[in-house]
Design a protein around this ligand. Structure first.
Ligand code: PGA
Length: 238
């Protein structure tokens, strides 16, 4: 595991963007895995700015997102479809984008379709991950076992509470989500885990204990052969 500790959030986003830029330089037609949440917002701003300056070209990139609430309409402001549209996809041209469909009447069929599309694309070259305060990656919530392919998962109360910070008054989040499974995450050739802010210091410390905890899905990443963790000092506990 490679670790890069940056002075602040902005520098962490730049360091993460540099890793993506190097990937696109090497392989312009990369298959990228993308994440949502507050952590990647600054990174996506960096993508938009570098794209406008002609420094990063996503036009041959096929993007697959990690997860989506279920059930949720794509035009619901809380959906990850809406998030990606707002922060990245409306501003930067991609060859294709794919997010698990929170409107599908049958999540099992939708997951199988998504998995087949990801396989057909040749798998992920570089996957961006954030981490939940409970140690989840994607929506792989603490569990005794984790499916390999994408699946419908019941969200923990903790995750719903933490993520409700984005909701307006009267808005409620769905109690479930569909997420890439640990096998898909693990089969990414390269993983970039971005951890920023004081609220992540506790889980970052646990990760750096260097042990696999079966109820912390992020800790399995310690076994991945090519993972870089980019942190700011607040998350690193400095
Ligand atoms: P956050 O979410 O970036 O909003 O902290 C990360 C996650 O829950 O995976």
């Amino acid at each position: 595991m490679k670790k890069i500790v940056c002075d602040n959030y902005e520098e962490a986003c730049q360091a993460a963007a540099d890793i993506f830029a190097a990937q696109l330089e090497k392989k312009p037609e990369s298959v990228l895995g993308l994440a949502t949440g507050s952590t990647p917002i600054g990174l996506y701003e960096e993508f938009v700015s570098r794209n406008e300056k002609g420094q990063m070209d996503f036009s041959q990139v096929r993007a697959f997102n990690l997860d989506e609430y279920y059930p949720i309409k794509a035009n619901n402001p809380q959906s990850y479809h809406a998030f990606m549209e707002e922060h990245l996809f409306s501003k930067v041209k991609f060859a294709s984008t794919r997010i698990l469909n929170g409107e599908s009447p049958d999540p099992g069929i939708e997951c199988a379709r998504f998995d087949a599309e990801l396989d057909a694309a040749g798998g992920l070259d570089l996957l961006l991950l954030g981490i939940g305060q409970n140690g989840h990656v994607g929506f792989n919530e603490p569990a005794d076992s984790y499916p390999l392919g994408s699946y419908l998962v019941h969200l923990t109360e903790d995750t719903i509470t933490v993520n409700s910070r984005f909701c307006e008054d009267g808005e409620n989040l769905p109690a479930s989500a569909i997420t890439m499974g640990m096998g898909q995450i693990f089969s990414a050739k390269k993983i970039l885990l971005l951890i920023t802010g004081e609220s992540k210091a506790k889980i970052a410390k646990k990760l750096f204990e260097g042990k696999v905890f079966t109820d912390v899905s992020a800790s399995f990443l310690l076994l991945h052969p090519d993972i870089t963790v980019v942190l700011d000092k607040a998350a690193y506990g400095d």
